[in-house]
Design a protein around this ligand. Structure first.
Ligand SMILES: [Zn+2]
Length: 244
């Protein structure tokens, strides 16, 4: 009886694999398009951390280590849904075109210095996080590259992260390499590589330009084929090579 059911089961698996070769590639399709674009309700951990389990756990370990060196790793922003990113995009687009009187193209170029087109943000993945040091008293916006330079409030944070972040598998995404294009230098934005690397690979297998144009994004009629090609090449792919 046991043997018969074993044969039945293994026979079924063999047949399923023959009919649906995709099953063998389950690892490759671990991330749905909805998840890659921030539209899936994914499990997030830690109310002040809000990342995927493994990324959360690594962050907690890194925060402990930083704490014993007198640095308070504080999350400014981590997971962000498609819809949240869409709200940010729309607000900036209207601000630039209406209040600042910029042309539509100039408005878009200005937004993509630091912000992404909805559906293309690494913050959709639950792997990426903007971090500062919670200890120093600061005034004005905290996500300001100057604050991370020598003499700035986050100088020690920057030194500590340069020395230690990679030990916890966190990597700076938008580095200060002068040859890098796309988003400007963001000394606060780190990515948990063990998950974000495979997610970027899965994301790249799609026609990203087509995905963007299928969305109802304000100003998208100004996205030419050339603009989209450069955005994908520079803003999505011209990142720290450790994350490719
Ligand atoms: Zn960020």
């Amino acid at each position: 009886m046991q043997r018969r059911s074993f044969i039945k089961k293994s026979g079924y698996t063999g047949l399923a694999l023959a009919l649906m070769p995709g099953i063998a590639m389950a690892q490759d399709s671990e991330y749905s398009l909805d998840e890659l674009m921030g539209k899936k309700d994914i499990a997030l951990f830690g109310k002040d951390i809000n990342m995927k389990k493994a990324a959360h756990d690594a962050f907690v370990e890194m925060r402990k280590a930083a704490s014993s060196d007198g640095i308070d790793l504080k999350v400014v922003s981590s997971f962000r849904s498609f819809f949240r990113q869409d709200t940010i995009w729309e607000r900036k687009y209207l601000q630039n075109t209406n209040e600042r009187g910029m042309s539509k193209l100039a408005a878009i170029e200005k937004i993509i210095e630091y912000s992404t087109i909805p559906g293309t943000s690494r913050h959709h993945w639950g792997t990426d996080v903007d971090i500062i040091d919670g200890y120093p008293k600061t005034t004005g916006g905290v996500l300001d590259p100057a604050k991370f330079e020598a003499g700035g409030p986050f100088e020690l944070f920057k030194q500590w992260m340069d020395e230690n972040a990679n030990k916890f598998d966190f990597y700076l995404v938008y580095t200060d390499n002068p040859k890098r294009k796309g988003f400007k230098y963001e000394p606060w934005h780190y990515s948990y590589a063990p998950i974000s690397r495979p997610m970027l690979k899965a994301y790249r297998r799609n026609n990203i330009a087509k995905l963007i144009m299928q969305e109802d994004i304000i100003g998208k009629e100004n996205f030419t084929a050339g603009f989209l090609r450069e955005y994908i090449q520079n803003n999505i792919l011209d990142i720290n090579p450790e994350l490719l």
